[in-house]
Design a protein around this ligand. Structure first.
Ligand code: ZN
Length: 241
């Protein structure tokens, strides 16, 4: 079975559509949160995600913020302004979908958490120290996360710090060890590569294939600016930051 693993779509419909067409055939879709926030198409992204086969999706901090579950004053000023604009845009169907999302899912060999297993909404796993402290916070072999918008793998090492990998386009990876994997971001990559990021997991080979795909960044930037969303959320898309 092939699973499309994606995260941080951030209301960027052209990026999401590019991923779906580039991914080829897949049997199910797992989404690691932040479907909305930052970009111009929150409802369209939720609607397209809901159509995907075998969908499992968890809640990210932006999903929670748009639903009013967390105080937007914890966001920086520009992110908070984008949240306020997008929260107004959400239709009933999108609200119904976001409302029912779990914070953490544990299923068989896999745990899903947006930020980290011990602090699913807020913590960023950006280094080996933080990764090490999270291996004891879940039981399964594999933990899938998003939130940093950077494709990465942290491999458990009981005797030292976890090993860190930063996979590039077309890297295919497998491991028998426990690991925390981040597929990167569909709608707002931050690893200095503006292309949308995603992963295909083939559970027969047990391989994780990291992919990138280009989309029409300029069209999204124009629409972000037209909505009055702060310009930084447009300019950063072409820089991948
Ligand atoms: Zn995000």
């Amino acid at each position: 079975m092939k699973t499309l693993i994606l995260s941080d779509i951030h209301a960027n419909l052209p990026a999401f559509e590019a991923v779906l067409s580039d991914a080829g055939s897949f049997d199910r879709v797992w989404c690691l949160g932040d479907v909305v926030g930052y970009g111009p198409d929150p409802n369209e992204c939720v609607a397209l995600l809901r159509q995907q086969p075998g969908l499992r999706c968890i809640m990210g901090n932006h999903d929670a913020a748009l639903m009013g579950y967390i105080d937007i004053h914890t966001f920086n000023e520009q992110a908070a302004r984008a949240v306020a604009i997008q929260s107004e845009m959400l239709n009933t169907e999108s609200r119904d979908f976001l409302e029912l999302l779990d914070i953490v899912i544990e299923e068989g060999d896999i745990t899903f958490a947006h930020g980290s297993p011990r602090d699913p909404i807020w913590e960023y796993i950006v280094n080996s120290h933080i990764a090490r402290d999270n291996f004891s916070a879940y039981q399964s072999r594999i933990c899938l996360i998003g939130h940093t918008h950077i494709p990465s793998i942290f491999i458990e090492n009981p005797h030292a710090r976890p090993g860190i990998l930063t996979p590039q386009h077309a890297d295919r990876w497998r491991s028998e060890k426990r690991f925390i994997l981040n597929p990167g971001s569909v709608g707002q990559p931050r690893d200095h590569n503006p292309k949308a990021a995603y992963v295909i997991w083939d559970d027969e080979e047990d391989t994780f294939l990291f992919k990138r795909v280009a989309y029409d960044v300029e069209a999204v930037q124009e629409r972000i600016l037209a909505l009055g969303i702060p310009s930084r959320h447009a300019t950063r898309l072409s820089q991948g930051i």
